[in-house]
Write a protein that binds this ligand. Structure first.
Ligand code: SAM
Length: 323
């Protein structure tokens, strides 16, 4: 166990078509009430126990983590732990919050951006949100001391795959690292189809045709992004290939959902309820034993077993478990 991903909210101000499609997450959708979600104090207590079990990196995510009020307070609480603290965000509220987050102890940030073409991006986020504002957020994060920023682009064939090379070009030589993510069958609402997945090998081929790329070693064992660098020294890019090259066998991730469910896989169906334990007076030792037992029993390897049929199985939504 090395990485802990914590979903701090199931709410988001975007409705990305591949994650929280508006037809499902509409005005009638019931998000979790405040009383059901873990408090910052509960999250920080669990995080300390996870760190005692070996976690080296904590990522705050969601939903959109920056819509949770005063998130910098949680970052400050976590920053007392000997771990790297990172955040994944859609960037819309980043310009406003970057300095406070950095001052609170945030180490790194990943910003999702699926296209540089405004019309394509607005259609993908389905909230009519412009590219320029996300870029403003990336620049504010860098100015606040959070550089290099990682930029995540989910590639969906027929939607934004025409933007791969432009995206690589935009971030070449900036020090920031663009990572291309294969479109995944997370949750049960995005209508995923294999023919809409652009394999990472194809992404690499298309960029390599423009500027020569060479593979580089992972930063640490179990890193999910495969790293490549430009032969001309203009920096590096990454690809995350959970569909075409599953990495279950080296997975070191544990996930804590917004309401305190423990998941050992992004494609899980059931979480292990830690909130009830927390709220019925469990000691730190009891919580630690419970977490360790869940980790030791884990047997998930969904991405290695994925077929057209499994893609239709019920799975937890990514906005709830944390992407
Ligand atoms: N709201 C934040 C954001 O936009 O980065 C954090 C949560 S979001 C669920 C985390 C990441 O998951 C984003 O980079 C998003 O693009 C990615 N993601 C969501 N659904 C996906 C899917 N079906 N396939 C691949 N990546 C997906």
């Amino acid at each position: 166990m090395r990485d802990l991903r914590i979903s701090v909210t199931d709410r988001c101000n975007f409705r990305c078509v591949y994650c929280m499609p508006r037809e499902v997450f509409d005005a009638g959708h019931e998000f979790l009430p405040h009383s059901a979600i873990l408090s910052f104090e509960e999250i920080a207590r669990l995080a300390r126990i996870f760190v005692g079990l070996g976690v080296k990196k904590i990522r705050l995510t969601g939903g959109e983590p920056l819509v949770r009020k005063q998130l910098h307070r949680l970052v400050a609480m976590l920053s007392t732990l000997p771990v790297e603290i990172t955040l994944t965000t859609n960037g819309s509220l980043l310009a406003k919050q970057a300095s406070a987050l950095r001052d609170a102890g945030l180490d790194r940030v990943t910003v999702s951006l699926d296209s540089l073409d405004d019309a394509t991006f607005r259609a993908m986020n389905d909230a009519d949100y412009p590219v320029a504002k996300v870029i403003e957020g990336i620049e504010a994060a860098a100015a606040a001391g959070l550089a290099p920023v990682k930029i995540n682009m989910v590639v969906k064939r027929g939607t934004n795959d025409g933007d791969i090379v432009a995206m690589a070009q935009r971030w070449r030589g900036t020090g920031h690292v663009i990572r291309f993510i294969e479109y995944m069958d997370v949750g049960g609402t995005n209508g995923w189809r294999m023919d809409e997945v652009v394999p990472s090998a194809e992404v690499i081929r298309r960029i390599h045709d423009a500027w020569a790329l060479e593979p580089i070693d992972p930063n640490y064992p179990g890193e999910v992004a495969e790293r490549w660098r430009y032969a001309d020294g203009a920096g590096e890019i990454g690809v995350i290939s959970s569909v075409t090259q599953a990495f279950c066998s080296s997975c070191t991730r544990m996930r804590l959902s917004t309401e305190g469910g423990l998941y050992t896989c992004l494609f899980g169906q059931h979480g292990h309820d830690l909130k009830s334990l927390l709220r019925t007076g469990a000691s730190d030792d009891e919580l630690r034993d419970e977490i360790a037992a869940v980790w030791q029993r884990r047997a998930d390897r969904y991405s290695e077993m994925r077929t057209k049929e499994t893609a239709r199985q019920p799975k937890v939504e990514m906005s709830y478990i944390g992407g």
